[in-house]
Design a protein around this ligand. Structure first.
Ligand code: FES
Length: 122
């Protein structure tokens, strides 16, 4: 395996502003991580709430934002997170943060993750 080998996830334009999209499902059918697009930038977070042992956060596929589409939400107990820093700003894990996942956007707008980083997600 080449350490520079990447897996393409999607194109930047495939994600609307303020929207989220999950990737790489585990055996239980939950995304391992998700990306959120804020001000044209992509931020990626592990789909694991810091409140309860890494519980999955979406209420349905690709639905990681709160109703106002301002914060990432954990739909188990309502924790809210800043989409660009991952910090919990309301809820039972206040002050804790989501785990950042390294993804890259190339000049053509392709969003990708290094193959060597994928193995660390399982
Ligand atoms: S598991 Fe996320 S807020 Fe409780």
């Amino acid at each position: 395996m080449n350490e520079f080998e990447v897996k393409n996830l999607c194109h930047l334009d495939d994600i609307e502003e303020g929207a989220t999209k999950g990737f790489l499902e585990n055996d239980a059918g939950h995304d391992l991580f998700f990306v959120v697009k804020i001000d044209g930038q992509i931020f990626a977070w592990r789909n694991a709430c810091p409140h309860v042992n890494g519980a999955p956060m979406a209420w349905r596929k690709d639905a990681y934002m709160d109703a106002k589409k301002q914060h990432v939400a954990c739909h188990a107990h309502g924790a809210l997170f800043e989409p660009d820093t991952g910090m919990c700003i309301q809820g039972p894990c206040l002050g804790k943060a989501l785990e950042s996942i390294p993804v890259y956007v190339n000049q053509a707008g392709m969003v990708s993750i290094r193959v060597t980083d994928i193995s660390l997600l399982y």
